[in-house]
Design a protein around this ligand. Structure first.
Ligand code: DO4
Ligand code: MG
Length: 293
C-alpha cells in the first residue's frame, strides 16, 4: 500500500494506492495527519488506511495521469553517506584525482563504527515528482544520487519508504571534505517521491532493486542499477546514530546513501531528465534546470 499526494482542482489531496493500482482518496490533509490520527487511535497507519477505504469506490484513472506532489513535506531530510562500496570508491576517485591506492577518510568511514550522517534538506529546498532539480552555478561535476529514503516518526521508527535524489557536486566535495554542505545543500538540490510505501507492506527492505536513468535530448545517456542488499550497514544502525542526542520530527526522511554513480566523465546538464525507480515504490522523475532558472 502506497500513499501519494496530488493536485485536483487546485487542491492538494491525499490518497492510498493499492497493489492493483487502484486509487482511494483519503480524508487526511497529508501524511503527517495520517500518522497522527493512527497514533491517536493506537493503530498502524496501514490499519487506518484499510479502515478508511473499506467499502469506498476507487477513483477513476491511474496514478500516472495525476499531477503528483511531493508525498511528504519532510521537516528535515538527513542523509547517510558511504554506505555502499561503490560510493566509497567514487569519492576516493574525486578526492585523490584518481590515485585509488591512497587511503582516505572515505575508507575509514566505510569501516568505522560511526556512520556518516549529514543534514541534507528542508521542505522548502525539496522538490517532488515531475519537479525541477537545480544545478549549482559554481560546479562543473554534478550528479544525481539515487537513494532509498526512510520516512521516520519522531521516535525514529520507519513508517514508510520513499525514493530520494541526493543531488551532489563531486568537484566541490572532492576539493575539500569540509565543503560537504555546499556540495550537498542548495536550492532544489533534493527530490522525494513519487509515493511513500507503508513500512508494513515492505517484506524485505534489503532486497529492493534501484535503477537510475538519465536522458539527454530524449536519449538515454546513463543507466545504472543496484540493490539494497549491497548496503554495508543496517537501517537501524543509521537511525540509531541519527536519533542519538537529537530531536526528531514526525515525517523526517533519512536517505540511505547511493550505490549508483555515473561514469566519471559525466556531469548533469540543463534539460536532462532523471528517473529513479525502486521496486514497489515507483519511479521518481525530475527535470534538471541550470543555475538561476
Ligand atoms: O561523503 C559524502 C557523501 C556520501 C553520500 O552522499 C553517499 O554515499 O550517498
Ligand atoms: Mg548520497
Amino acid at each position: 500500500m502506497k500513499i501519494i499526494r496530488f493536485v485536483n482542482e487546485g487542491l492538494s489531496l491525499l490518497a492510498a494506492v493499492n497493489d492493483d493500482g487502484q486509487i482511494f482518496e483519503l480524508p487526511q490533509s497529508d501524511f503527517l495527519a495520517l500518522l497522527k490520527e493512527a497514533d491517536e487511535k493506537e493503530i498502524s497507519p496501514l490499519e487506518l488506511v484499510f479502515k478508511t477505504i473499506e467499502g469506498r469506490e476507487a477513483l477513476a484513472g491511474q496514478v500516472d495521469q495525476l499531477q503528483l506532489l511531493v508525498p511528504i513535506e519532510a521537516p528535515e531530510v538527513w542523509a547517510a553517506g558511504v554506505t555502499y562500496e561503490r560510493s566509497r570508491d567514487a569519492r576516493n576517485y574525486e578526492a585523490t584525482e584518481g590515485r585509488l591506492d591512497a587511503s582516505t577518510f572515505y575508507d575509514k568511514v566505510y569501516d568505522a563504527v560511526r556512520p556518516e550522517i549529514f543534514f541534507k534538506s528542508t521542505a522548502a529546498r525539496t522538490v517532488g515528482p515531475g519537479g525541477e532539480v537545480q544545478l549549482r552555478s559554481d560546479s562543473v561535476w554534478q550528479v544525481p544520487e539515487p537513494e532509498l529514503g526512510l520516512v521516520l516518526n519522531m521516535k525514529g521508527e520507519i513508517v514508510g519508504y520513499t525514493i530520494g535524489n541526493d543531488m551532489s557536486c563531486r568537484d566541490i566535495e572532492g576539493e575539500n571534505p569540509l565543503y560537504l554542505p555546499q556540495a550537498k545543500v542548495w536550492k532544489r538540490s533534493c527530490s522525494l517521491g513519487p509515493a511513500i510505501r507503508l513500512a508494513e507492506t515492505v517484506e524485505n527492505p534489503y532486497n529492493l532493486q534501484i535503477t537510475s536513468r538519465i536522458y539527454r535530448n530524449g536519449e538515454k545517456a546513463v543507466e545504472g542499477t543496484a540493490n539494497t542488499s549491497q548496503l554495508k550497514r543496517k537501517l537501524e544502525e543509521l537511525i540509531e546514530y541519527l536519533i542519538r542526542d537529537n530531536e526528531l520530527f514526525d515525517g523526517t526522511v533519512l536517505l540511505t546513501g547511493t550505490c549508483i554513480v555515473p561514469p566519471n566523465e559525466f556531469t548533469l546538464a540543463h534539460g536532462d531528465r532523471i528517473e529513479i525507480e525502486i521496486t514497489g515504490i515507483g519511479t521518481l522523475v525530475n527535470h534538471v534546470v541550470g543555475a538561476g532558472s
